[in-house]
Write a protein that binds this ligand. Sequence first.
Ligand code: SF4
Length: 418
Amino acid sequence: MISRRKTRQVKVGNVLIGGGAPVTVQSMTSGYTHDIDNCVREINKLAAAGADIVRVAVPERKDTEALPEIIKQVSVPIVADVHFHFQRALEAIAAGVSKIRLNPGNINDRKQVEMVIDACRERSLPIRVGVNEGSIVERRDKQKRRRELGAVFGDNRHGRLLAIMISKLEEYLDIFYNRNFYDIVISAKSIDPLLVIDAYSEISRRFDHPLHLGVTHAGPRETGTIRSVAPLGTLLASGVGDTIRISYASDPVYEVQDGLELLYVLGLRQRRGAELIACPTCGRIQVDLFTLVQQVNRKLKQEITLPMKVAVMGCVVNGPGECEGADVAIFAGDKRGIIYVQGEKVANVPEDRILDTLLEHCQAFEEKVRAGKARLGEKVVDIIPPDPTGEPGSGYAKITAEKTTGASGGIALPVVNK
Ligand code: SF4
């Protein structure tokens, strides 16, 4: 179990960040906020996918004017993403958002930042303070900008960027502390996963504010997943991070799905719906397992709400050991599948019946759990490899015998009676 770093806690609408609250998942709409119907549709889609908090951009006055109607039609807290125009922040606060995201470096006048801070305090709204890699280099003072850019592109870029991020953060936080404002969430995003790890680790040692983890400009999902999950997983596993946003150049629903999955596998959130375990397949496979896994995944998402473990394994050789702990498991054989529910063999069906039969058994098991007649994870799957031609257990002897004698290259392929 991961021991989480202790932080202050902030309240974003009805969602808590930090202070021991479960790690939350955020995303951001990709359409125009002033297009109210589309914006509401996007927010509700993200909420249905599991987003706890959704951020919207408010670059123009017509965007903040749309906020009251949007907020009325959605159930998750809305964060206004403000760059350059402090006025947009004040309008968003008046419109009823639950949090403001602000990079003080993007606002010209310190007085204007202070006005936003005071308005947030009046309504008990937290502010996310960002020192993202793209926004930390000085913009106004040309000499300072040249110096900082020189540092960014010089030797030891990583170390210098990290130093700039930390010193800018300290500079920004002073503005907030000087106004006795502490409802702060910090982000320090970069495109470089190693810088992300170092920046957040360092910040977590220096400040007790909750941290919003993210990798900026991570790219399309195909490559962005690894770029994001490597640093976020590393930080979360070490107890650092209180809310996360995975950013893809793609449908933001994937950001939510992948963010939640990351939290699920790390045991930081209670899973909603079934967990699918599947083998990668190998030369022993005798059914179209890739298609089957996709179909099972889709069906489980649609039909199962309990966090039961379902395993789809390509054969009986390594399958039983690899799917240990599953509530429901199917082992494929020669164009057939053998289904187990908590260790008990319940069906042996041809390939074209596997999907429906597996789903029926998952649903029946879910009903049993709901009726109090079974408990999730109660029985560790202790399946002795089945011999598809005979009774459970006989396959084990066969495999062992073949390993000992060296027959079939030491591995028994299941042969199934049709
Ligand atoms: S379960 Fe069987 S088919 Fe799947 S990877 Fe393991 S040995 Fe190969």
